[in-house]
Design a protein around this ligand. Structure first.
Ligand code: PLP
Length: 366
């Protein structure tokens, strides 16, 4: 098997794999129980929270564990939290993940003003639009890095502009975590969302970060866990796996992966008709959005899949529908590019041999 779809999900990191093999079955207690078993687990989670907060460059106060980024994003964009911050306008981009876009569709129907920042066809956002439209009572919500085309948004600059205009900023940092160097304090964002399984933790755990946690109003109400900011019995195994996955992050290795990705793209560009989407500008080191020269991306995906090579035609979360990906629609009007693009996303376990096998097969399939 050659797995080249790490932006959809990535296998357990080495420490998480060991945890699954040796410890997972012993992680069944309730961390809120007052007896020793609960207290021990609660201590472990306290340490895990510290490891995760340190990695993100913030104090533990702003860290709330959730079930994943979809929940975190929906919590930031919840009616209660928007109302608490007197938000009436939201500025985003058509290139966001569906967790944001579908929530925004709902909010627009509920009377919120929703504005979309245009891009230059290479996924680079028009920050003049942001400067013109951000005001007080605005929440800006943007990706740190795009899951399909890999483009990186200048979050620090976006946060500065937003704050100068009196707006708040939420970043969907799912794809940046573990792939590029960043620090939440340096970004100076009000909210951020993360998913554990994208960095090698178990599925069903994520993080919501709020810079000023006391002003955050939760989506859920219940047993008071997570200081009331996210009630519900703690997913102790998931949280522990997240702290382990964080310890396995290796950004130096990502530099090597970038070289491998660049080599792969050079090989792909030798295939007649093939193009790399949004290649200009800053991109994630592991992601490549490949126009395969005119053949349907689904056909190519199935052919590669039959040979044991796994890529995707767009965001995995939306690939149940055969519509071209909204991200490709957002950067091009060219139907052939929309229907003929596959995404390859590597991680630190990807090898030169795997990439060569993929480019050889793509070459014969195109
Ligand atoms: N945001 C981005 C950029 C993503 O890539 C994903 C998952 O693909 C999500 C949000 C949603 O994450 P999850 O499905 O883990 O909740």
């Amino acid at each position: 098997m050659i797995y080249l779809d790490h932006n959809a999900t990535t296998p357990p990191s080495p420490k998480v794999r060991e945890f699954i093999k040796n410890e997972l079955a012993d992680f069944w207690a309730n961390a809120s129980s007052e007896h020793a078993l609960g207290a021990q687990l609660s201590d472990t989670i306290k340490q895990d929270r510290q490891i995760i907060a340190d990695n993100l460059g913030v104090s533990t106060k702003g860290i709330v564990f959730t079930s994943g980024a979809t929940e975190s994003i929906n919590s930031v964009l919840s009616d209660s939290n928007l109302e608490a911050h007197k938000i009436t306008k939201i500025i985003s981009s058509p290139l966001e993940h569906h967790a944001t876009l579908d929530r925004l569709k709902y909010l627009a129907k509920r009377g919120f003003e929703v504005l979309m920042i245009p891009n230059d066809g290479n996924g680079q956002l028009d920050l003049e639009f942001l400067k013109t439209h951000a005001t007080t009572n605005t929440l800006v919500t943007l990706l740190s890095a795009n899951n399909e085309i890999g483009t990186i948004n200048p979050i620090k600059e976006i946060a500065e502009i937003s704050h100068q205009k009196g707006a708040l900023i939420h970043v969907d940092a799912v794809q940046a975590w573990g792939k590029i160097n960043f620090n939440l304090e340096d970004w100076d964002v009000d909210f951020a969302s993360f998913s554990g399984h994208k960095i090698g933790a178990l599925k069903g755990v994520g993080v919501l970060y709020a810079q000023n946690i006391k002003s955050y109003l939760p989506l859920l109400h219940g047993g008071g866990q997570e200081r009331g900011y996210r009630p519900g019995t703690l997913n102790a195994a998931g949280i522990h796996s997240l702290a382990l996955a964080v310890q396995d992050i290796d950004l130096d290795k990502m530099n090597e992966i970038e070289k491998l990705r660049d080599y792969m793209e050079e090989e792909i560009l030798k295939i007649p008709g093939c193009l790399i989407n949004a290649r200009e500008g800053k991109r994630l080191p592991n992601t490549s959005s490949i126009y395969a020269g005119g053949r349907s991306s689904r056909e190519i995906l199935f052919e590669l899949s039959r040979q044991g090579i796994y890529v995707s035609t767009g965001s995995a979360c939306s690939s149940g529908s055969f519509e071209p990906s909204h991200v490709l629609k957002g950067i091009t009007n060219d139907l052939s590019r929309m229907n003929g693009t596959i995404r390859v996303s590597l991680n630190s376990i990807s090898s030169l041999e795997e990439v060569q096998k993929f480019t050889d097969l793509l070459s014969s399939a195109s």
